[in-house]
Design a protein around this ligand. Structure first.
Ligand code: SF4
Length: 514
């Protein structure tokens, strides 16, 4: 009997390792041969560790499974998919999964992340093979035609970046993957690197062939030790199989890939500080121009994309740009892996074509707040994203609609708060975060964030609130217009959205500081 159990960070943190040991030991004692495949997560995080067993009727899921549940499960007939209070049925029929449109995450949770055979058997490498047959120029045009935009946060058209790097003339070009997933409430990059790293490797190899870059780097945050291990192991498998190296899949085209570990700075998720860090220096933002596409890593033309942008490319090449562009709305084409976190009953990954409302995600998929209390605020797009009140939950999620409502989609993280949240404290936190993470290069951000904390503290203490709130607004304007990068430039979003939508929280006077 074949069993499947995730080995991603969440499942491991919740005891999946002990569940695995108990399963193997229990099956051995009963004289029942089992094969246990450690997969990635399907992204139903509230059900982890989510155990699946292969039966003639397909896979049957049980969860969340604690080590002490294992004996009872085996006695009840787990290996035949028998009834049990933890039995959830066929995963693909569970509403949370059945309603998704999984293109990038199609394999995550299904296969052994390090088995190239399973990867191939589930459609892997078709994109790369198609790319080799098409040639670089046609690949770049396919990526442009797909409408893919940078999934890291900025939403810049991916095809334009690829065109610029391809057109740049240099003896050496680079492809760099930004896997410094530092936004609060986001984990899609991690899930992919832990659960299906070959998709990222394939996407980067296609990018290398299309732009003429022969060397790639994945910059992973040090807080992701399992993703680091999984990706490095996958790179080794890919090299041994000829997917990476001097002749990619025997094509005669070279593409090599290495992973590099960050040192824990949020700002290294900004592309130019990431390049500084990759070159071995402290992560400080570089002024643009020149853009990295022309002068990037080691001064050479460099294509930088987020994990999810690269990981979307194999599907686009395998199924065609038009098929990808069919999903989504307006100028936001394709699918977006949204991530539900914070005070939410069913946290996890939801991949859908652009355009679902915040309400659909938070209520239908997420099941509302975990505390059961009324929802009060939702922050979209990480710590620099705007807070929205309940009455704006019918906003459709695409780049333009969010921007029109004074927010940004960012990396697709959605963090839910119930009615116990204090939005003045959240505004203070935005400044505090910026003060801690600022690279220090420009004054509006370096000094402005520190002043912001002080001024908000005065508001919270009830000292001349009207005057100090006017100062906050003034400061936000300076930071937005005068900062060199998005760190200082976007900190006003959470601050001003908290002020605009929850003004009552700034009038409470002397609430004690936590
Ligand atoms: Fe550095 Fe902040 Fe200026 Fe960005 S805005 S360059 S993080 S000081």
């Amino acid at each position: 009997t074949r069993l499947f159990l995730p080995r991603d960070s969440v499942a491991e943190a919740l005891g999946a390792g002990a569940v695995a040991r108990a399963l193997l030991e229990g099956a051995r004692r009963r004289g029942r041969p089992v094969t246990l495949t450690r997969t990635g997560s399907r992204g139903l995080l509230w059900l982890e560790p989510l155990l699946e067993v292969e039966t003639p009727a397909g896979r049957i899921a049980y969860g969340p499974v604690a080590p002490e549940d294992v004996e009872g499960l085996l006695d009840a007939g787990l290996l035949q998919g028998a009834p049990h209070p933890l039995r959830l049925g066929r995963p693909e029929e569970m509403p949370f999964l059945a309603r998704q449109q999984r293109l990038t995450f199609a394999r995550c949770g299904l296969i052994d992340p390090l088995s190239l055979d399973e990867y191939r058997a589930t459609g892997g490498l078709r994109g790369l093979e198609a790319a080799l047959a098409l040639g670089g120029a046609a690949v770049v045009e396919a990526v442009a035609a797909s409408g893919l935009r940078g999934r890291g946060g900025a939403g810049f058209p991916t095809g334009i970046k690829w065109r610029s790097v391809r057109a740049a003339e240099a003896a050496q070009k680079y492809v760099v993957c930004n896997a410094d997933e530092g936004d609060s409430g986001t984990f899609a990059d991690r899930l992919l690197m832990e659960g299906d790293p070959f998709t990222l490797i394939e996407g980067m190899a296609i990018a290398g062939l299309a732009t003429g870059a022969t060397q790639g780097y994945v910059y992973i945050r040090s807080e992701y030790p399992l993703a680091w291990r999984s990706l490095n192991a996958a790179i080794a498998v890919a090299e041994a199989a000829g997917l990476l190296g001097a002749s990619v899949l025997g094509s005669g085209r070279e593409f090599r890939l290495e992973a590099r570990l960050g040192a824990g700075a949020y700002i290294c998720g900004e592309e130019t500080s990431l390049l500084e860090s990759l070159e071995g220096r402290r992560g400080i933002v570089r002024a643009k121009p020149p853009i990295p596409a022309l002068r990037g890593l080691f001064g050479q033309p460099t294509l930088i994309n987020n994990v999810l942008s690269f990981a979307a490319v194999p599907w686009i090449l395998a199924h065609g740009a038009a098929a990808y562009a069919e999903c989504g709305m307006g100028r936001s084409r394709g699918t977006m892996p949204f991530q539900l976190a914070g005070n939410i009953r069913r946290g996890g990954l939801v991949e859908l074509g652009f355009g679902p409302t915040l309400r659909a995600l938070v209520e239908e998929f997420g099941g509302g707040t975990r505390s059961g209390r009324p929802l009060r605020a939702v922050q979209v797009g990480g710590p620099l994203g705007a807070y929205f009140p309940e009455r704006l939950l019918d906003l459709p999620l695409d780049y333009e609609a969010l921007a029109g409502a004074g927010g940004m989609l960012g990396h697709g993280g959605i963090v839910v708060f119930d009615d116990t949240v204090d939005m003045a404290r959240q505004a203070r936190f935005a400044f505090e975060f910026c003060a801690a993470e600022s690279c220090g290069k420009c004054t509006p951000c370096r000094i402005g964030a520190v002043r912001g904390v002080e001024v908000i503290d005065r508001v919270i203490a009830g000292r001349q609130p009207a005057r100090n709130l006017a100062l906050v607004e003034d400061l936000c304007e300076v930071m937005r217009d005068g900062s060199l990068c998005a760190m200082g430039g976007l900190t006003p979003l959470p601050v001003m959205s908290a002020l605009t939508h929850f003004p009552e929280d700034f009038r409470r006077g002397a609430a004690p500081l936590a």
